[in-house]
Design a protein around this ligand. Structure first.
Ligand code: FES
Ligand SMILES: [Fe+2]
Length: 332
């Protein structure tokens, strides 16, 4: 199953910090196995993890002279993917063709890859440009769930008091107050859903909060598998937090979730900030891996909804509108 909407888009496949110059890394995207490698100028390359000679995984090979050398017969492939050397036949003309090369791009601390025709840029995350905010990449969290179920859960406020009881909500305050939902469109090819005035009473809105607080959330879905939220706790004046969640679709029902944290917290280490996100997201995983059907049903009355599910319904309507087929069920 392939879907041009996702094939022709950027997706994160690794943290930038995890790939050093001269190294290779295996990754997976939309069922495609990738080899990532970084040359001596710092540029990142993403290729199909298969040698065009006899199909050996290129992740077994090594980087030498800004080229990738296959482990099996040591054919050498340059940054364009072209074969530069065949040691078994040093004097013969080089064979045509080469490794299959995909587009790669780095932003927000992540390596992004497109296995089809890439749009101009990965999703916009303007808060990342704010020099006053710390940036921490969390994850990736691998899980057996379809990407759209994961984004829908990110928009859901009615589970704060159950799944995140004592942190993002309490069993005593389960009611979700009225909030606004509208279409999001930045006119630049990024469209989705915007939910505003989302209020939640949270015992521990972030890892440095000393008291509970009313928190105002704003959510925006900007691509089928990318969403951001900002949360402003009333009890911590001046505290700013914007979180992006980006799902890396490993397969249709298998995902890796990246969370990019931008936050005005200067008191904690990256590991402490990550530990808080790890704790929250592992609570979500326990639900996300136990929702059936695995793919998100988009047809009407597929599941019972209530008024406070309207951001979820707006997200489903948006996916229907753009014609997503991967990770969803369109018909009963
Ligand atoms: S299989 Fe890679 S060089 Fe032969
Ligand atoms: Fe959650």
């Amino acid at each position: 199953m392939s879907d041009p909407l996702l094939v022709d888009d950027w997706h994160p496949v690794a943290a930038s910090a995890s790939l050093l110059a001269g190294q290779t890394l295996a990754a997976q995207l939309l069922g495609e196995e990738l080899v990532l490698w970084r040359d001596s100028r710092g540029a990142c390359h993403a290729w199909q993890d298969r040698c065009p000679h006899r199909g050996t995984r290129l992740t077994l090979g090594h980087v030498a002279d800004d080229a990738l050398v296959c482990r099996y017969h040591a054919w050498k492939f340059g940054v364009s993917g072209a074969c530069l050397q065949v040691p078994a036949q040093p004097d013969a003309p080089l064979p045509g063709g080469g490794a299959r090369v995909f587009s790669a791009f780095e932003i927000y601390g992540l390596i992004w890859v497109c296995i089809g025709t890439p749009p101009p840029a990965p999703p916009p995350f303007p808060e990342y440009a704010n020099p006053k905010l710390r940036k921490v990449v969390c994850g990736a969290y691998p899980l057996h769930a379809a990407g759209p179920r994961i984004i829908e859960n990110f928009l859901d406020m009615a589970h704060f008091g159950t799944v995140h009881d004592g942190i993002l909500g309490t069993a005593e305050h389960m009611e979700v107050c009225d909030y606004q939902v509208q279409a999001f469109d930045d006119g630049d090819g990024n469209s989705g859903v915007l939910a505003t005035q989302c209020m939640a009473l949270q015992p521990q809105p972030n890892s440095v909060a000393q008291t509970g607080s009313q928190v105002e959330y704003t959510y925006r879905v900007v691509r089928p598998l990318t969403a951001m939220l900002t949360k402003l706790p009333q009890a911590q004046q001046g505290f700013i937090e914007a979180i992006a969640i980006i799902v890396q679709p490993l397969g249709e029902e298998l995902s890796a979730v990246w969370i990019v944290l931008t936050v005005s917290n200067a008191d904690q280490s990256d590991d402490e900030l990550r530990a808080f996100q790890d704790r929250i997201f592992h609570q979500d995983i326990s639900i996300l891996e136990n929702q059936l059907p695995k793919r998100l049903p988009l047809y009407s009355r597929a599941e019972i909804s209530v008024a406070c599910d309207r951001s979820s319904l707006a997200y489903r309507a948006y996916l229907r509108g753009i014609g997503l087929r991967y990770g969803v069920i369109n018909e009963a």
